[in-house]
Design a protein around this ligand. Structure first.
Ligand SMILES: *[C@@H]1O[C@H](CO)[C@@H](O)[C@H](O)[C@H]1NC(C)=O
Ligand SMILES: *[C@@H]1O[C@H](CO)[C@@H](O)[C@H](O)[C@H]1NC(C)=O
Ligand SMILES: *[C@@H]1O[C@H](CO)[C@@H](O)[C@H](O)[C@H]1NC(C)=O
Ligand SMILES: *[C@@H]1O[C@H](CO)[C@@H](O)[C@H](O)[C@H]1NC(C)=O
Ligand SMILES: *[C@@H]1O[C@H](CO)[C@@H](O)[C@H](O)[C@H]1NC(C)=O
Ligand SMILES: *[C@@H]1O[C@H](CO)[C@@H](O)[C@H](O)[C@H]1NC(C)=O
Length: 494
């Protein structure tokens, strides 16, 4: 018994001590909570006894108001706590000139709203020494933040470039070095951070200079979720043919390619030196929301990557889009016609991926997909859909990476001028929307070409267009030859 009393006393002392330590707020908090509780009961017509806190909730008769607070503060302030909004997210660094580097990354769009407060304020270079260690010497220069214009919805983070131009040549010994960015956040730059990337440059040896660089480069969209490997295989074969194998494919894999079967599709191309699979660590991808799994940062990375690699033209269509030039036009003839162009854009022609002509002899779905919309996509009705430019036409493009610094999904950001918008009747992507999504059934609707009713119904909605099919069928032998060439290169190297 005495033990129990002692225990109760001990608890009481502890409670009082805790209350003193916590300086009463916990009491008033409790009171407020109980007051709230009573008030609710009161509203429901309960006759519970009034408590001291209940009085606080009663209307002050002199205020004449309907609230329970005697004086509503006339001034308020925003009081941020915690951390949010990364001022800069580094993705990659490329050399542009002997004294200039471009850094590709993202910024929080909230941070970006403070145009005056560019978060990356300095670039710093430390050269690599011949023995592979990083020198202590540091060269500083002011960073130029470029907030890239982009055309897809914001989602928290958007693309940004940093132009680090030093007033002298940097790393001209070809040994590489470390580029550091000094980043600050907060309106008074209270928090300072450094992020760095190592450039393994290597001197240009005659052997590497002699390696042939393909004229064209393809920059792929982020590969995530479930990738339909068989479709990608056909897509690859078609584009290898289109660019006559004078192309290098850069695929950005964020977990879409994962099974042995997936890798088998690209393996011959990788071994033939036609394809680079860039593996992106997917852990951080979801941490900062950005349009379509950070597509914009990959687009901008690829522009600088393909310039550095020495390609002349880089293409940016998606895997559900097949590039098409109507004869007699070809990609070569268009480049010949527009020798000064920094970029060229193509119309976007939606097509049905479900309707397929029944053709026993065909091997490729591309030979049986023949129905597309009557005019290219244009989100503005009064515009000529064949020339509907920019985001409204959901156009895709090719850029000369030594003239273009930055792009959005459907528009060129830097430079906005100096390019050519091609008529959709000359150049377009044929867009089999959704063909890669798991639910879609490519060629799910067989079309019997001698069944006139079915064909007529389709013709009301779509244009019948055999051009893609012809391109594939006529060149079926080319496809086989090309794939044989690819396999032969692989065999020769094995
Ligand atoms: C208090 O509320 C009543 C009923 O909504 C309203 O008629 C009256 O004007 C209010 N008084 C004041 C001072 O806002
Ligand atoms: C590398 O070379 C530098 C300069 O010659 C020297 O100071 C440094 O100790 C070397 N480091 C190692 C690990 O050899
Ligand atoms: C990079 O910045 C330097 C220094 O401000 C400027 O002269 C140069 O034109 C910039 N380069 C590009 C490609 O924007
Ligand atoms: C380059 O910049 C540094 C630091 O701003 C300065 O000390 C140096 O004099 C500059 N050199 C030239 C050649 O302008
Ligand atoms: C683009 O091509 C379409 C279809 O051939 C044609 O009707 C249209 O006049 C062309 N537009 C321009 C601006 O050349
Ligand atoms: C295609 O349609 C024609 C005419 O309706 C019919 O005679 C023929 O059997 C059909 N073929 C197939 C494979 O369904």
């Amino acid at each position: 018994m005495a033990k129990a009393v002692a225990e109760v006393l001990r608890l009481a002392v502890m409670f009082v001590m805790a209350a003193i330590l916590l300086q009463i707020p916990i009491f008033s908090g409790l009171l407020r909570l109980s007051g709230f509780h009573d008030a609710c009961q009161h509203c429901r017509g309960s006759s519970s006894a009034a408590s001291p806190s209940h009085e606080q909730l009663q209307v002050d008769p002199e205020s004449g108001g309907n609230g329970s607070i005697r004086a509503i503060p006339q001034s308020r302030k925003l009081q941020p706590v915690g951390r949010a909004q990364y001022p800069f997210i580094l993705f990659s660094v490329y050399r542009y000139a002997l004294n200039t580097f471009f850094v590709i990354g993202e910024t929080s769009l909230v941070v970006r709203a403070f145009e005056h407060d560019k978060p990356v304020y300095d670039c710093e270079w430390s050269p690599m020494l011949a023995n592979g260690t990083v020198s202590d010497s540091r060269t500083l220069t002011q960073a130029h933040m470029i907030y890239v214009k982009f055309d897809e919805n914001g989602m928290g983070y958007g693309p940004a470039l940093v132009n680090c131009t030093f007033n002298e040549s940097i790393g001209s010994d070809g040994l590489g070095g470390v580029l550091r960015l000094h980043v600050a956040r907060g309106p008074y730059r209270g928090d300072k951070f450094t992020v760095e990337d190592v450039l393994h440059e290597g001197a240009r040896t005659p052997a590497s200079a002699a390696r042939k660089v393909s004229t064209y480069a393809f920059c792929g969209p982020p590969m995530y979720g479930t990738i339909k490997a068989r479709w990608i295989q056909h897509w690859l074969a078609y584009h290898v043919f289109l660019w006559k194998a004078d192309v290098h494919f850069y695929f950005y894999n964020i977990g879409g390619f994962k099974t042995a079967e997936d890798y088998q599709v690209v393996e011959p191309y990788v071994k033939a030196g036609l394809l680079t699979l860039i593996e992106i660590e997917s852990t951080a991808i979801e941490d900062f929301p950005a349009w379509y799994k950070h597509q914009l940062v990959f687009i901008n990375d690829c522009i600088h990557r393909t310039r550095t690699a020495g390609h002349s033209w880089s293409f940016f269509n998606d895997f559900d889009e097949l590039l098409y030039f109507s004869p007699p036009h070809t990609v070569e003839s268009l480049i010949r016609d527009h020798p000064q162009a920094a970029w060229m854009t193509f119309a976007n022609m939606p097509a049905s991926s479900g309707h397929c002509a029944v053709r026993e002899e065909s091997r490729w779905p591309l030979e049986r997909l023949m129905w597309h919309n009557k005019v290219p996509e244009c989100m503005k009705a009064e515009r000529d859909p064949w020339m509907c430019t920019g985001s409204q036409g959901r156009r895709k493009y090719m850029v000369n990476p030594s003239k273009v610094f930055s792009s959005g999904v459907h528009r060129i950001s830097i430079p906005e001028e100096g390019g050519v918008d091609l008529n959709g009747s000359v150049a377009r992507v044929i867009h089999f929307h959704g063909v890669l999504s798991s639910g879609s059934n490519v060629c799910g609707i067989p079309v019997n070409m001698s069944h006139s009713k079915q064909v007529d119904d389709l013709t009301n909605r779509y244009d019948f267009d055999q051009s893609l099919s012809d391109a594939v069928s006529c060149h079926d032998t080319d496809f086989v030859l090309l794939s044989n060439t690819i396999y032969q290169v692989v065999l020769a190297e094995d």
